[in-house]
Ligand binder design. Structure first.
Ligand SMILES: [Zn+2]
Length: 92
């Protein structure tokens, strides 16, 4: 049985979905996002990636996601690094 997703991931997903359902400029099946939609998508992907505790596996998924969505790549990588560093600070 898989672990339930943390509240922070569900909240990010909810915000993303709520936005794309109402936004005329976002079209998820074609991975087309307005600037706001892109930020929300990156936040959701980043929060989801942070749930993966195997760092090697997390890196593989990050690279795969960046490959599939070049428009998100830099923003996603930056956000994952930011969340990772926040985690390190909390652990100290
Ligand atoms: Zn949008």
């Amino acid at each position: 049985m898989s672990e339930p997703l943390p509240a922070v991931v569900l909240a990010a997903h909810e915000k993303y979905v709520s936005h794309i359902m109402l936004c005329a400029d976002c079209y998820a099946p074609k991975k087309r996002h307005c600037p706001t939609g892109l930020i929300l998508r990156i936040e959701y992907d980043a929060q989801f990636l942070m749930t993966i505790t195997d760092l090697r596996w997390r890196r593989i998924l990050l690279l795969r996601e960046s490959d599939q969505n070049p428009a998100n790549a830099d923003g996603l990588k930056a956000r994952v690094i930011e969340l990772y560093n926040e985690g390190l600070e909390k652990a100290q």
